[in-house]
Design a protein. Structure first.
Length: 439
């Protein structure tokens, strides 16, 4: 192996470990199209998902069952048809549809068992009838009404992979056939997934045959690698006939409801999920929401608001005291979370000469804790450190160490601090030292 190949190999290993640490305890939701489940690479895909699970990533799988449903209905000579792409699930067909959906889910569970991964097929979806639309009675075709997220969360915490068949039940116990795409989107939203994956049997999106939105960036090989929400909406408006437009529409909905990243992949490619996750370039198309869009540098006129945010944390001795003069002197180090001109959170990144930086002064208005503003600010500061090619960030904390550990920080020692910070370390305060490696 020559030196260039060796360097590329080492860089790849570093990249994989970096992403692996970032996704510890993250939740990935995967909708797998019916054609992929019948593909020769499907067993390899399940092994890859098992590998992710074994490395601390939580997984939920929604297997599509369209082909299997068609096969079962044809075998038993049950007539079927669709309107505007939606199957009409008749009284005669619904039990066969349910049988096919659970058959596909069982196939996934069997393959996971072969990798010693516990999985559960469950009835966690409440559904209601789609009803009569434009004069068409869809009978036992339904839509998602509610998901028993508490039961699913318990299974995830116990180390299981939940598998959702495309069936939901109403309060009377009547089954409904529901859209797997809709189900996957709803689960990702309600479970606050880090990522939602759509694995289809369609080629990746390239500039060939599509009407490109403005200011779209393409990969070197001409692949449409990523779309912001606004760019994705432009794509939908200009490419209504594209087979992936429906999934892009679902992706936009998911991103608007809090899912940070949605990945649309060609599931026929070996190792596609691993290649998409553990690479900066990816292999499919990612639709993303900008979780940092409300974070901006602190301005001088923000200082009073920032001091007000910090005050209760200073009173509780969670933060060290800071005054107006100190914030003015360090104006370029601080960032704020701005919603409609009102500051709801803040944080600082203090740079040191040895390639490290300190995350400091994290404070959030308690009325907005549900928005996870603190996590967004810390993630933003870590990304700022990466852009500056810093080796690590550190934090000194007395009462919030668990919170930082959940974000991927690890315990450090006094020797991990820059010399300048080490000399100023307050032994009376006895803060815990936590490190986040950015390389």
């Amino acid at each position: 192996m020559d030196s260039n190949q060796s360097r590329e190999h080492v860089d790849l290993i570093r990249e994989v470990f970096s992403y692996n640490r970032r996704f510890q305890n993250a939740l990935f939701v995967l909708k797998i199209d019916s054609q992929i489940i019948d593909h020769s690479y499907f067993s390899l895909l399940v092994k890859d998902l098992a590998l992710l699970h074994q490395n601390g990533i939580k997984i939920i799988i929604i297997p599509g069952a369209k082909d299997r449903i068609d096969e079962i209905l044809t075998r038993y000579e049950i007539p079927y048809h669709s309107e505007v792409g939606v199957r009409i699930s008749t009284e005669e067909s619904i039990n066969f549809i349910k049988m096919a959906a659970f058959d596909v889910s069982n196939k996934v569970m069997t393959l996971l068992s072969g990798s010693n991964i516990p999985s559960v097929i469950g009835s966690w979806v409440k559904a209601r009838a789609l009803g009569v639309v434009n004069g068409v009675d869809y009978q036992h075709t339904g839509k998602v009404d509610r998901i028993r997220t508490d039961a699913v969360e318990t299974l995830l915490n116990e180390g299981h992979i939940p598998i959702f068949p495309c069936i939901g039940w109403n309060n009377n116990g009547d089954p409904y056939n529901i859209s797997s795409d809709e189900l996957a989107t709803m689960i990702a939203r309600k479970m606050e997934a880090s990522k939602l994956f759509f694995l289809s049997a369609e080629d990746v999106l390239t500039k060939q045959g599509i009407n490109l939105p403005d200011d779209i960036s393409m990969s070197n090989e001409g692949r449409l690698s990523k779309l912001s929400i606004s760019q994705a909406e432009q794509f939908i408006a200009r490419n209504s006939e594209n087979p992936l437009t429906g999934k892009i529409r679902m992706a936009v909905e998911a991103c608007r409801e809090g899912v940070n990243r949605v990945h649309i992949l060609d599931g026929r490619i070996e190792g596609v999920v691993l290649q998409e996750i553990f690479s900066n370039l990816g292999i499919g198309t990612m639709i993303y929401s900008n979780i940092y869009e409300r974070i901006r540098p602190m301005k001088r006129q923000d200082i009073s608001s920032v001091l007000s945010l910090m005050k209760p944390f200073i009173n509780q001795k969670i933060l060290v005291p800071r005054g107006r003069e100190e914030l003015e002197d360090g104006l370029g180090d601080y960032f704020v979370y701005d919603m409609d001109g009102i500051i709801h959170g803040c944080g600082g990144l203090h740079l040191y000469d040895d390639g490290k930086a300190e995350v400091a002064g994290i404070a959030v208005d308690s009325k907005f804790n549900h928005l996870k503003i603190g996590r967004k600010i810390v993630s933003y500061l870590i990304e700022q450190a990466r852009e500056r090619r810093l080796k690590a960030v550190f934090v000194l904390t007395t009462q919030t160490s668990d919170w930082f550990l959940e974000m991927g920080f690890t315990p450090g020692t006094l020797e991990d601090l820059p010399v300048e910070k080490r000399e100023k370390y307050n032994k009376d305060r006895n803060s815990r030292i936590l490190i986040y490696r950015t390389e």
